[in-house]
Design a protein. Structure first.
Length: 367
């Protein structure tokens, strides 16, 4: 919105043409979403408490978590509002990729909203049924995959890029692209959801990963930089830097209220939508493998749940009594059970994510 206004002003006052620069608008997007989060946060949290939108804690979880029962949830709504306001103000709204990201964050956010509301209505920690949630996510995930396939104009946009190797990409075909995109988007959505179990644990790694993906988007959308770095050029991808910047600002603003001891939880409304955004961005900039590296925390957390459930079912079927690999899954609860304080788990997982993100960014030159 503001971009079009400044373009109009630039016709008579040339100095306003500075707003055409993505870098400037990205900075303004961070500031805008951060300020919106700070201003709306206290009121938003108060309203969630007023309507009794409190979190229900699983009974078999760590004992120290029981005191968190009733803490306002669905705080992801604050993130979405901040992101949408900032993105609509500073993005080029003629760019289809911007609107695709808005559809993704709103669509998966709506699924999370239904899940959170179901938990509150039924007064238990389980929300929508697994099949219901999976079908809704699959509908959106496949829809995004089909759109990206139909809108692709070059073979590079549908090939699997192998990082750390020069000019190495794998043609995966139309079906392969659809399957890969679906897995990355839906998988990322659920991975962030599983990781969001401690105060501040999920939001900061999301901010780090999306910051890096914003850098990839900026470089991928620039024909000169993409040619120099030998990465695919994706027309229009640079504008997604603004959207990423808006999430960074909104995420940091939310962390102000979500830091230990949390005043609010993001809920599935936040985790499902942010995870899906992360996956969609990685697909657009052709960095699916790099996403697995940078988002290694989310990958490991998800694997810990899969391994725990699979091993328990296997041993129960074979020996009559289920056994566990971890003291508790997801992995962050395992370390809590081992005696780590919640803040220790969170900060150490942040440090690990920071290192993984730096490895991912290093792939731009190491090839």
């Amino acid at each position: 919105m503001l971009l079009e206004f400044f373009k109009w002003l630039a016709q008579d006052y040339g100095s306003f043409s500075v707003f055409n620069y993505i870098s400037l608008r990205a900075v303004l997007a961070v500031i805008t979403s951060l300020v919106v989060s700070f201003l709306l946060g206290p009121w938003f949290i108060k309203k969630l408490g007023h309507y009794s939108f409190g979190q229900y804690i699983r009974a078999d979880g760590p004992e120290g978590h029981l005191v968190k029962s009733g803490t306002p949830t669905m705080g992801g709504g604050l993130i979405l509002i901040s992101v949408l306001i900032s993105s609509l103000l500073w993005s080029d709204l003629t760019n289809n990729l911007v609107w695709l990201m808005i559809v993704v964050i709103v669509g998966f956010g709506f699924i999370g909203l239904l899940d959170d509301y179901s938990k509150i209505k039924n007064k238990k920690s389980d929300g929508l049924g697994a099949l219901q949630k999976y079908l809704l996510q699959s509908f959106l995930g496949l829809g995004v995959a089909i759109y990206l396939l139909l809108s692709s104009t070059t073979p590079q946009e549908t090939e699997l890029l192998v990082p750390f190797f020069k000019d190495l990409s794998i043609p995966i075909g139309l079906t392969g692209f659809l399957v890969l995109t679906y897995i990355v988007i839906v998988g990322s959505s659920n991975a962030v959801n599983l990781t969001d179990g401690l105060d501040g644990l999920a939001i900061m790694p999301v901010v780090m990963v999306i910051s890096a993906l914003g850098i990839f988007a900026y470089l991928t959308g620039n024909s000169i930089f993409s040619s120099y770095l030998n990465i695919p050029y994706i027309n229009g991808a640079g504008e997604l830097t603004i959207f990423c910047a808006a999430i960074v600002g909104a995420g940091l603003g939310f962390l102000w209220f979500n830091a230990y001891p949390a005043e609010v939880f993001m809920g599935d409304l936040g985790s499902l939508s942010l995870g899906a955004v992360m996956g969609t961005l990685a697909v657009i900039v052709r960095q699916e493998i790099i996403l697995m590296i940078m988002a290694g925390l989310f990958v490991v957390e998800t694997l810990s749940v899969v391994l725990q459930v699979s091993y328990f079912r296997y041993t129960k079927k074979r020996y009559g009594a289920g056994k566990r690999i971890f003291l508790m899954a997801p992995l962050h609860h395992h370390y809590e059970k081992k005696g780590w304080k919640e803040t220790q788990v969170v900060i150490r997982f942040w440090i690990i994510t920071m290192m993984l993100v730096l490895i991912g960014l290093a792939s731009l030159k190491i090839r």
